[in-house]
Design a protein around this ligand. Structure first.
Ligand code: PMP
Length: 307
């Protein structure tokens, strides 16, 4: 683990990272009662900040957590966290817990939600694998909880299932695990959505079994821009094993070409041409669109882009 540096927002103020702490009575710690977002900045622009703030508020509404700040305050604090940590290219983790309360899971004892914002430069992001090498993926024995168990649209602090799938992948020498839904259809990776490339274009599972990924949305925009058809449909493992190309995508992961799934080479095992086009388009978009961190540029809210 890297030593904590910079400043972290916690509760109501920015503190040196080493002093940024939450209570042991926080229900986020005691019960996983909270929500989070992962956001990226590229070239001084925070990518899709408003979408991330909107999703955070949707998660809060779904778990009936009263947000301690308004949308515009949250967005402003994310930008301030970037400025205080001299972020040009970086990653922001936004967490809101139910706050400190009694040793009962009843949230009525929690007076106020606690928001934490950690901003780290891209250079400090842990790299577990060479991003240029196609990923080795294995299907996990853990299932993505169904929408009537813990709805995958809620970006909650309950990631234990995904952590267990990740441990399973580690044990099997893989880079990532693929989780099926409760019916056995392909859902997503532990922290990323999955796309396959077919003769018709891009296909990805519907969000009934996955997070409504913001990178996934960007993939749809890229598909329209570069003239690829896109479909949301149930995918079986067979569809994945026999796809021409497969890639994973997420804010942290960005776009990861998949080389093998369950020991079956995807295509010839190297990143395919469509994946490479999508990766190049993504790189262009994230570096040319977003909310400026620098206050001098802050008059214009969002900078537009062309693929
Ligand atoms: N699925 C899961 C389970 C995730 O945790 C993430 C990461 N937030 C994603 C998909 C990708 O979502 P996004 O593109 O919004 O980062």
């Amino acid at each position: 683990m890297l030593p904590p540096t910079g400043e972290v927002f916690v509760g109501d103020t920015f503190r040196p990272a080493a002093d940024a702490t939450v209570s042991v009575f926080d229900h986020g710690l005691l019960y996983g009662d909270g929500i989070f977002e992962g956001i990226r900045a590229y070239s001084g622009l925070v990518f899709k900040l408003d979408r991330h703030v909107d999703r955070l508020f949707d998660s809060a509404r779904a778990i009936r957590l009263d947000m301690p700040y308004s949308r515009s305050e949250v967005a402003a604090l994310v930008l301030e966290a970037c400025r205080r940590n001299a972020i040009v290219d970086g990653y922001v983790r936004l967490v809101v817990t139910r706050g400190p309360g009694d040793l009962t899971l009843d949230p009525r004892s929690c007076a106020r939600g606690v928001m934490t914002i950690i901003a780290r430069p891209a250079a400090a992001l842990a790299r577990h694998r060479d991003a240029r090498k196609p990923a080795i993926v294995v299907t996990s024995s853990f299932r993505r909880p169904a929408a009537d168990a813990l709805c995958p649209s809620i970006k909650s602090l309950n990631y234990l299932n995904n952590v267990l799938a990740r441990i399973e992948a580690n044990d099997r020498g893989a880079d990532e695990a693929l989780l099926l839904d409760s019916s056995g259809y392909v859902a997503e990776g532990t922290a990323d959505n999955i796309f396959i490339v077919t003769d018709r274009g891009l296909a990805t599972p519907p969000t009934i079994s996955t997070l409504k990924g913001i990178t996934r949305e960007t993939m749809f925009e890229i598909a329209s821009e570069i003239g690829l058809a896109r479909e949301e449909r149930l995918l079986t493992l067979y569809d994945v094993w026999t796809a021409r190309e497969v890639f994973l995508c997420g804010t942290f992961a960005e776009i990861v070409p998949v080389g093998t799934v369950d020991g079956r080479a995807i295509g010839n095992g190297a990143p395919g041409p469509t994946t490479m086009r999508v990766m190049a388009a993504y790189e262009r978009i994230v570096r040319s669109m977003g909310t400026p961190i620098d206050q001098a540029m802050a008059g214009s809210t969002t900078v537009g882009y062309r693929v």
